[in-house]
Design a protein around this ligand. Structure first.
Ligand code: GLC
Length: 543
């Protein structure tokens, strides 16, 4: 496989509204991000995925874009954006913009035109029909909104303030391509493509994901925007299977660098109530899914590795233990992920093991997905009680990931001098960046070590390109796998449980490369009689 710079990248996702507020208006901003670049450099990452900072009414926190080429004043100005790109570059950090191409805001000039009249030149930029179909919005309710001015319905797979763009119209593609090229000219390093698997939809056939026009559209985009450039592109594709992922990320097909697959991220969702009633964690199932993805590509695709993003609950609360073993279990999940083949993504706060939040009242939550689903499931259909729904919110809601970044133990977690747009997690007094930087054993330094191993150690090539082999597939508490590259072999072994585990592995350890417990080497290097403490994770160099 031809090597690419982004194979060896480690990405950090910034959710700007919650990262750092330099202006005191309660919203994070670009100047705030610039002021934290040294921190990110210290962590060791070399790419920032920046969630949307474009002009937006913020119905879905910037995933509703009113102008793709303007910065929302909450976040700053285009000047600030240029400064961020330049300052990041000085630290060898690239910026990956978030492209929301399936839909725009209803406040976008195109949509304002489109709804004017049926013969407006922008009418066909969006999807208008005389009658609604049965199609449901992902945020709850019908996917069709009646517009009385022209007496038709427009399609919105998300909120009604997020009308879907009509990719059947070649003009839409052309405008989008120009916009992407404009951002490339600003010096960004790449793009994350929001719900990109929806753009090939055939709405009248009820096809939304993976429509027949999807790959031709991406190939066209590649030709117009990505070809012969050193950009990295990652598509968000909720429905991807390994076979579909190859269609996107096989270099020979010239579409995207890689995709986010969500099979592992949705593994505990309820068949009917999805994330609002998660089922017990099943390690064997998780190993199966991740192993399938680890062994699926042979140069014909590339994995994006992640536990977290702005749409998912915090991993340490989800499958770890965010109380007694918070730091240790966070390090365990970090080790498991960063030991795998692919490009790892870290979501802000993950590197200090920030946890889910439990607000008493629904009022304290902001996310439109929570509100619309509450309306649908609790109020209208009554398929879940208020209590059940709140449990779902505590376990899975997106706001778990969106509470402000916890910088220190001063008021508002040092995030803002003003009133934060979303309440901070009250545990900031204990869990914060300042405390993590002060503690040589913190989760932060564990991430730093994992990144350094991948970026600049004798095991870099192995970690990036080495083969992967799962051990003990049926073991309900142990996640263990081998990585191999040329003559080198590493063993990653983790006890994903709250009880001690004894096991015997038929390998000889040369060295302990990383251990999330402080122990003398001799204590753990006998793999034939291995004893692992709760949530212990070790990387061994094998003979
Ligand atoms: C993606 C984003 C999510 C957003 C949705 C609609 O899934 O990650 O935050 O709400 O698309 O744009």
């Amino acid at each position: 496989m031809e090597k690419q710079w982004w194979h060896s990248a480690v990405v950090y996702q910034v959710y700007p509204r919650s990262f750092y507020d330099s202006s005191g208006d309660g919203n994070g901003d670009l100047v705030g991000i610039i002021s934290k670049l040294d921190y990110l450099q210290q962590l060791g990452i070399n790419l920032i995925w920046l969630s949307p900072v474009y002009l937006s009414p913020m119905k879905d926190n910037g995933y509703d874009i009113a102008d793709y080429q303007a910065i929302d004043p909450r976040f700053g100005s285009l000047e600030d954006m240029r400064e961020l790109i330049a300052q990041a570059k000085q630290r060898d950090i690239g910026i990956m913009m978030d492209l929301v191409l399936n839909h725009s805001s209803d406040q976008h000039a195109w949509f304002k035109q489109s709804r004017q009249s049926r013969d407006n030149p922008y009418r066909d930029y969006y999807i208008w029909r005389d009658q609604p179909s049965e199609l449901r919005s992902i945020f709850g309710g019908s996917a069709w909104q009646y517009d009385s001015q022209t007496e038709q319905y427009y399609c919105h797979l998300f909120a009604d303030a997020q009308p879907d763009l009509n990719w059947e119209n070649p003009q839409v593609a052309e405008e989008i391509h120009q916009m992407i090229n404009w951002w490339t000219a600003q010096g960004v390093a790449g793009f994350r493509l929001d719900v990109i698997d929806l753009i090939g939809k055939q709405i009248d056939q009820g096809i939304t994901e993976n429509g027949p026009r999807l790959h031709p559209l991406l190939q066209q985009m590649h030709q117009a925007c990505f070809k012969d450039k050193t950009l990295v592109t990652v598509g968000e594709t909720w429905g991807a299977t390994p076979e579909l992922a190859k269609l996107y990320s096989d270099p020979a097909r010239q579409e995207l660098s890689m995709v986010f697959q969500f099979e592992h991220a949705a593994i505990d969702w309820h068949p009917q109530h999805s994330k609002w009633q998660p089922q017990p964690f099943n390690l064997v199932a998780l190993k199966q899914v991740l192993t399938k993805w680890q062994t699926t590509f042979n140069g014909d695709g590339w994995n994006a590795l992640f536990w977290n993003n702005h749409d998912l609950p915090r991993i340490v609360s989800r499958w770890g233990n965010d109380q007694q073993y918070r730091q240790r279990s966070a390090k365990l999940f970090a080790t498991l992920l960063h030991g795998m083949q692919g490009t790892p993504y870290i979501y802000q706060g993950e590197e200090i093991a920030m946890t889910n939040v439990r607000f008493e009242s629904l009022e304290d939550y902001d996310d439109i997905e929570i509100k619309n689903n509450y309306q649908e499931k609790v109020v209208e259909q009554q398929s879940l009680s208020h209590q059940q729904f709140m449990q779902g919110v505590y376990a899975s809601a997106r706001d778990n990931a969106r509470t402000p970044m916890q910088w220190d133990n001063s008021s508002n977690a040092g995030f803002s001098q003003g009133q934060p747009w979303l309440k901070v997690n009250p545990n900031y007094t204990e869990i914060n960046v300042a405390a993590a930087l002060d503690d040589p054993q913190s989760v932060f330094y564990h991430y730093q070590k994992l990144i350094a191993l991948r970026k600049s150690s004798e095991f870099s090539e192995l970690l990036i390109y080495g083969t992967y082999q799962l051990l003990l597939p049926e073991h309900p508490q142990i996640f263990a796998y081998l990585r191999q590259y040329k003559q080198q072999r590493l063993l990653v072994v983790a006890n994903v449980s709250e009880v001690d585990q004894r096991l015997s592995l038929d390998f000889k350890a040369k060295q302990v490369l990383l251990n999330n417990l402080q122990q003398p080497q001799g204590a753990v290097n006998r793999l034939g009689a291995l004893q692992l403490a709760p949530y212990q994770a070790i990387i061994y160099v094998l003979e």
